[in-house]
Design a protein around this ligand. Structure first.
Ligand code: SF4
Length: 117
């Protein structure tokens, strides 16, 4: 049986942690399905990292992490070519606007769809 643990949505980006499974989604595409522990310990996709960085600190005296994603979320009715993340991704490379990355095995288990890996 799975138990909902956390579910966050931020302007078209979603991070779901349900029981022992988690995944990062961006504009309707799963970009990082992985075991929740692995995902929390080492988010690899830039948008999964941004979603973790956007989370409120666990203590009011803790400083929030600096946001690394700027710009507007693309329209879901007119998705960008290649990787849907490329217009706002701080790690984007030329290939990112041309080729949509597919899910590949990620270190620590699970998969990640990003040309960085
Ligand atoms: S494929 Fe490129 S644009 Fe997409 S998340 Fe990875 S580095 Fe960023």
């Amino acid at each position: 049986m799975t138990t909902p643990v956390d579910f966050g949505i931020h302007a078209g980006e979603t991070l779901g942690l349900i029981g022992e499974s988690g995944c990062g989604l961006h504009l309707g595409k799963i970009v990082e399905p992985a075991d929740s522990d692995a995902l929390c310990a080492r988010p690899m996709h830039p948008y999964t990292q941004a979603l973790f960085a956007a989370a409120l600190p666990s203590h009011p005296d803790d400083q929030p992490q600096e946001r690394t994603v700027a710009g507007e979320v693309p329209s879901a009715l007119n998705l960008p070519s290649g990787c849907r993340s490329h217009p706002r991704c701080p790690s984007a490379m030329p290939v990112c606007s041309e080729v949509e990355p597919t899910l590949q095995p990620r270190a620590g288990g699970g998969e990640v769809a990003c040309h960085l890996y």
